[in-house]
Design a protein. Structure first.
Length: 734
């Protein structure tokens, strides 16, 4: 194995460690510098009290990594320090290094956290891709299977490969309850237009998961509890697709069955967020073609063409004829971000000539899964037949014809109308007798420079016995299909992979050049899967559930992702949501959207506390609790007055707890051996409050309207006439 693979195995092994210390007890948050650097706060909890830890980092060729050589946990088993990563280069290749904490008291003698970074345009950034998630699919319209109507975006700021950085404070998920820091999770798109639910909650009101569960969410959201009338663009989101350069800039496409429209989303002002004014109609079939119920199920960018998107409809119902069901080609020839007359073609619909595959007439009335490969060939899943068809436009007229559409994968092993059935599916022992089709609506591929496209398919559901499985498909003999023996393998089997879920609601694949050699190999492909936990969402589903995102990688290059180290939970949704789609996209340095405002701002530890009071006080600022529960964004930025700082480590008998704020950091002796880390100028103080029974205190903290500034703060505790000074932190406002 490569060194990077060994690190991945070590990281995943830590996730399964039993005992007092878990991998989630080591968590980090990064804030980019104004120069070519990254400041990363490291905190460790649940250590044995007064444990000395050695700190070391592996060698790097492009970066300078600085950190203290040791740290000792306090009486509560807590320790913190700051690590800095800098480089003199403007651009540099991906490089991996590891942070190692060593102590005989640790379960394996050490705790390792890998980091994967690169530098681009004089910024040090994570080399892991970002991803977005659709939240907005409804069942019926009786009740909502989605808690929030929005598109969410996650970005790994510190390069440790763990996204979302969400705290679920009352979760029963055990080791998954702590996954990094909230500022890495943001809401890019949230239409605040016409109310979408009759009798539901108005936009801007956040509902926690339940009376017994506290959730730290990230933004103002529309929560849905009542009957829905499908009047907003977020209702019944079905699919999304990203282009790094559509008409010259990044664009996100989405389609919604609630409106039957394909939308284009732009960050036109480059502020890192998409507002309702930046969501525009890309294709309105009701206006352009005919008035009917289209029920679109997929949208996909054709990256082999210029400004081209494909879109599928599979339901006309009673409001119109079936002539327009099927696959459509949309080409923005004039570059105005809108499909006008003459720019759309009914590629394979009821009105086009009948398409015959292997002598059988195929109707395009049940096309759902949609994907365009690197050559421009379109793959669509026909749910009624249990087969994926491939269309390659041989005569370049945009219309599917007999001879252009082929049987790419026929996974229907019973009563198939197609003569050719996959040789592999007939031999898989896990398929139940009587299964006629599996609903492979999730189709993704990645083109490897040395070997062409590698495809991954998965059913978007939980129905046994194939729930949660992911299949890898490779056209080994180059005949245009994967029906031949050995061309389809069960790449991920939940019954074999440790902790793997059995429900898949979104999937995408990306390549990460972990060794920095400029070439993606198959063992550098990473499949991201979104999976709801708890009760599966169904029509009429009303309760909140968890959503965990997993990352899979065939690190041993043995053809599967079932071994320890191949799977890793990388993100946890705090309130739970029914994910309807997941899209991996590049970061801003590779053509993606800019960082959001709240992703560029955050609270980091400047210095751990330097003293323990006479009664054992050790005051830390808990950056795992940087936002409040009412739904207001809690990351510091200009004019925000709802930022909450939690301090912990106070004794319940403490006379009070407080914060002092300032804009000038000066470390001077103060009540030795304590050190004051802030001299307020002008003086600002958050008046003391009484800690609760757990020794914590919350402070709603006003953040001055000073974009570009850094606010310093220090926590303190009162013990009689003594002041115990605690941890110092910075609120970086970008």
């Amino acid at each position: 194995m490569r060194p990077s693979q060994l690190l991945a195995v070590a990281a995943a092994t830590m996730l399964g460690c039993a005992g007092a210390l878990r991998a989630q007890d080591l968590y980090s948050q990064a804030v980019p510098d104004s120069g070519t650097g990254l400041t990363i706060s490291i905190k460790i909890r649940n250590l044995v009290p007064s444990t000395p830890l050695t700190i070391s980092t592996s060698a790097t060729t492009q970066y300078t990594v600085s950190a203290p050589t040791s740290v000792t946990s306090d009486a509560s088993g807590y320790a913190a320090f700051v690590m800095r990563v800098t480089t003199s280069r403007v651009n540099c290749a991906t490089e991996e290094f590891s942070l190692t904490l060593g102590s005989p008291t640790l379960p394996s003698g050490q705790l390792v956290r890998p980091y994967l970074l690169k530098c681009a345009n004089s910024r040090v950034v994570s080399a892991w891709p970002e991803f977005i998630m659709l939240q907005g699919a409804f069942c019926s319209p009786v009740e909502s299977a989605s808690a929030m109507l929005q598109i969410e975006r996650t970005v790994d700021l510190d390069g440790d490969g763990i996204y979302g950085d969400i705290i679920s404070e009352g979760s029963s998920l055990g080791a998954f309850e702590q996954i990094d820091f909230p500022s890495e999770f943001s809401m890019d798109t949230n239409a605040q237009g016409t109310m979408g639910c009759l009798g539901g909650n108005p936009p801007g009101l956040f509902w926690p998961g339940s009376a017994t569960r506290q959730c730290a969410f990230v933004a103002d959201n529309r929560s849905v509890t009542g009957t829905c009338n499908f009047t907003t663009v977020m209702n019944f989101l079905q699919d999304s697709s990203f282009s790094a350069s559509f008409n010259g800039q990044a664009a996100l496409f989405m389609t919604a069955s609630g409106s039957d429209i394909a939308y284009i989303c732009r960050d036109t002002n480059n502020d890192g967020a998409i507002t309702d004014s930046e969501i525009n109609t890309f294709f309105d079939p009701d206006a352009q073609v005919a008035s009917q119920n289209y029920s679109p199920d997929g949208v996909a960018v054709d990256r082999s063409a210029t400004n081209r998107v494909y879109w599928i409809s599979d339901k006309s119902g009673t409001t119109g004829p079936t002539a327009n069901e099927g696959l459509w080609r949309l080409t923005d020839a004039n570059g105005n971000d809108s499909i006008d007359a003459g720019e759309f073609v009914g590629t394979w619909v009821g009105a086009t000539p009948t398409v015959t595959v292997e002598g059988i007439s195929i109707t395009p009335d049940e096309l759902e899964g949609l994907h365009v490969d690197s050559t421009g060939a379109v793959l669509v899943n026909h749910t009624a037949l249990g087969a994926i068809f491939r269309w390659a436009d041989a005569n370049a007229d945009g219309v599917a014809q007999t001879g252009e559409v082929t049987n790419w994968l026929n996974y229907n092993t019973l009563a198939s109308v197609l003569p050719t059935v996959s040789a592999d599916f007939g031999g898989f022992p896990s398929w139940a007798v009587g299964t006629t089709y599996f609903g492979f609506n999730l189709i993704q591929s990645f083109r490897l420079p040395l070997s062409g496209d590698v495809f991954f398919v998965s059913p978007d559901g939980s129905t046994a016995p194939f729930g949660g499985m992911v299949f890898k498909c490779v056209d080994g003999n180059g005949d245009g299909d994967v029906n031949d023996a050995g061309e389809v393998v069960i790449w991920l089997d939940p019954s074999l992979a440790v902790g793997t879920p059995t429900w898949v609601s979104g999937m995408d694949v990306g390549g990460v050049d972990r060794d920095g050699n400029g070439v993606i190999f198959e063992d550098e492909l990473f499949v991201y899967v979104a999976t709801p936990q708890g009760p599966f969402p169904t029509c009429g589903f009303t309760s909140f559930t968890d959503l965990i995102n997993w990352r899979y990688n065939d690190s041993e290059f043995d053809g599967t992702a079932n071994e320890i180290g191949d799977s890793m939970p990388v993100s946890l949704h705090p309130t739970g949501a029914f994910n309807r789609g997941l899209e991996v996209l590049p970061g801003p340095s590779d053509g993606g959207f800019n960082w959001t405002f709240h992703q560029r701002s955050g609270q980091i530890t400047s210095a751990a506390a330097t003293c323990i009071g006479p009664s054992g006080d050790y005051v830390e600022m808990d950056f795992a609790r940087s936002r409040i529960e009412e739904g207001m964004e809690g990351t510091p930025f200009a004019t925000n007055r709802r930022y909450v700082v939690r301090t912990r480590g106070h004794l319940p008998s403490s006379g009070g707890a407080g914060l002092i704020l300032g804009v000038t950091p000066i470390a001077v002796p103060f009540f030795p051996p304590c050190t004051v880390g802030v001299i307020p100028n002008p003086p600002v103080a958050i008046f003391p409050s009484i800690p609760d029974a757990t020794g914590t205190a919350d402070f709603p903290t006003p953040i001055p309207d000073v974009p570009g500034a850094t606010i310093y703060m220090q926590a303190f505790s009162l013990q009689g006439t003594s002041i115990v000074l605690g941890e110092t932190a910075q609120i970086v406002i970008n």
